[in-house]
Design a protein around this ligand. Structure first.
Ligand code: F6P
Length: 541
């Protein structure tokens, strides 16, 4: 059965035709005193956070139909299959068990292995944090460099920065991902090798960028004076391929294991999060896991009508498949959460940016939206112009943190005011009549420029404070949103075949750039010309 043949789909289409021209500002018009407000009716709690969905272009009838679509698409069965450890990643024949990494249930799969690696991480992290793990000259570690890319970088990097207020003083964490030598070069030039620890994180331990950076880092240690036999004090590895880690030269006891049932973009909860554990300590890492677990439990047990990941996922489908909106902007009004949108790009677009259905047929409806964003208020002074007055509707997720993690209360009031004012302005807009008044007598020609269409949908995620628990809940919320959408779109959210072709051709092109005997006929004329230019430039170096 295809998506469009589920009964809720045509019902949603009819409903869309009926309400697409209705206006949020009318839906917010005051009702009689006894009726709960739209905000009260459409704000829901779960997993320790709260979400106000009321500024979305949905009525209760829309949500009812979207919930029916989720039920008809068997989202609950697909969710339960993930939690149970079934082989849901069918194209790679793997289970998908990131939820087991934060489970407190002894009967949840792989608890023995998970707990053993967590204990090993905690012991190691504590030694780095208390200074008993020293470098080759006996000095304590002051810098940790996480070398990884994609899921082995984006999650830990986002969390370490988001929880910076809990970081161990005097211990800095750096992230190197790009094969562009400028990345590692610029990080290392500020560091002292004697006080630096490298964590090489790669599920496969074959990724070009990570292996290239790891080798350059090893050379840097040796050139800086670290004897080969002391490198084990400066290198640890995280991988599902421990043999390769040892072959690279990392001591066996310094290898932290992860598993093929943890997807790269879902892996920050595993040993991939070692940099997080070192930065904020094992207890805070446990709290992060607990926050995610609270969201897991909410997702597993709350009725769909007030289930946060289900509602977020289904409202996303409403915009993507019925309004045909192309992208979603995510704006945490939190500088600490500045890397959230890059993390979500991989989570959502690598998971659901697909066209093949599980049965191998092609979809005939849009799947993942483009995810992008910047923290507020920065984005307001860059691209919000388009969000307010451009011809395209772009749904937005705002994240508001009610209490700051710093003492500058005056800043915080302004920050929150801006977040809430933006969603109000986007919803209300400004009619031509109102714009004429603003323009003033004799200047009516300005009115079109001063008018705002409004009716622009926003969701506001509300955290009481930015804690490991609330952060864990937000991340798990988006993970499950992806699961819900993938389940409805009937795609495999857990493979990533789309990254392979570029990797294969990358090796061919690299060989041609670095060889004298490149055959120009092998490539199209554009690629051949680009290779020739690179060869000419590199020859002179
Ligand atoms: O190329 C994409 C990808 O495989 C991601 O899915 C993954 O997170 C990233 O590369 C890094 O992979 P690894 O952890 O194996 O180095």
């Amino acid at each position: 059965m295809t998506l469009n043949s589920l009964p809720a789909w045509p019902a949603l289409q009819t409903h869309y035709d009926a309400i697409r021209d209705e206006r949020l500002r009318d839906w917010f018009a005051p009702q009689n005193d006894t009726t709960p407000s739209r905000a009260e009716r459409l704000t829901f709690d779960g997993g320790g956070i709260s979400i106000d969905f009321s500024k979305n272009r949905v009525t209760e009838a829309t949500l009812k139909l979207l919930v029916e679509l989720a039920q008809q698409a068997k989202v609950a069965d697909k969710r339960d299959a993930v939690f149970a450890g079934d082989i849901v990643n069918v194209t790679e024949h793997r289970a998908v068990l990131h939820t087991a990494l934060r489970s407190t249930d002894d009967n949840s799969p792989f608890q023995k292995e998970i707990r053993a690696e967590k204990a090993k991480m905690a012991t190691f992290a504590n030694k780095v944090r208390d200074g008993s793990w020293t470098g080759y000259t006996g000095k304590r570690i002051r810098h940790v460099v996480n070398i990884g890319i994609g899921g082995s970088d984006l999650g830990p990097k986002m969390v370490v920065h988001a929880l910076q207020h809990l970081a161990q003083p005097g211990l800095d964490t750096h992230f190197v991902s790009n094969v562009d030598g400028a990345d590692i070069y610029n990080v290392l030039k500020g560091l002292n090798a004697e006080e630096t620890l490298a964590i090489v994180v790669s599920k496969t331990f074959t990724t070009l960028e990570t292996m290239t950076n790891a080798r350059s880092m090893r050379e840097w240690f040796v050139k800086s004076g670290c004897p080969e036999e002391a490198l084990s004090k400066h290198f640890v590895g995280v991988s599902a391929n421990p043999e390769e880690v040892v072959k690279f030269g990392i001591a066996k006891e310094n290898v932290f294991e992860m598993w093929d049932w943890v997807g790269g973009r879902y892996s920050l909860w595993s040993t991939v999060g070692l940099s997080i554990v070192i930065s904020v300590g094992p207890e805070n890492f446990e709290k992060l896991l607990a926050g995610a677990h609270a969201m897991d439990e909410h997702f597993r047990t709350a009725p769909f009508e007030r289930n946060l990941p289900v509602l977020m996922g289904m409202i996303g489908i409403w915009y993507r498949d019925f309004f045909e909106s192309q992208s979603v902007m995510v704006a945490p009004y939190s500088q600490a959460m500045r890397y959230l949108s890059s993390y979500l790009q991989q989570l959502e677009m690598e998971s659901n940016g697909k066209s093949a259905r599980l049965d191998g047929t092609m979809v005939d409806y849009p799947t993942a939206a483009v995810i992008w964003g910047e923290p507020g208020t920065n984005g307001q002074h860059a691209f919000y112009q388009m969000l307010h007055q451009g011809p395209t509707m772009i749904p937005i997720d705002f994240i508001a943190v009610l209490t700051p993690e710093h003492p500058l209360i005056d800043h915080h009031a302004k920050l929150l005011a801006n977040c809430f004012a933006q969603s109000e302005a986007l919803m209300l807009g400004r009619t031509m009549e109102e714009a004429k008044k603003v323009a003033g007598p004799g200047k009516e020609e300005l009115a079109t420029h001063l008018s705002f269409p409004g009716n622009r949908p926003t969701t506001t995620i509300i955290l009481d404070a930015l804690t490991p628990e609330t952060l864990g809940a937000v991340i798990a919320l988006y993970e499950h949103k992806v699961l819900v959408q993938g389940a409805v779109w009937d795609i495999n959210s857990f493979d990533q075949w789309g990254v392979e072709l570029g990797k294969i051709l990358g090796k061919v092109v690299e060989a041609d750039i670095t060889s004298d005997k490149a055959d120009p006929a092998k490539h199209d004329s554009s690629t051949s010309a680009l290779i020739a230019r690179a060869q000419a430039a590199l020859k002179g170096l």
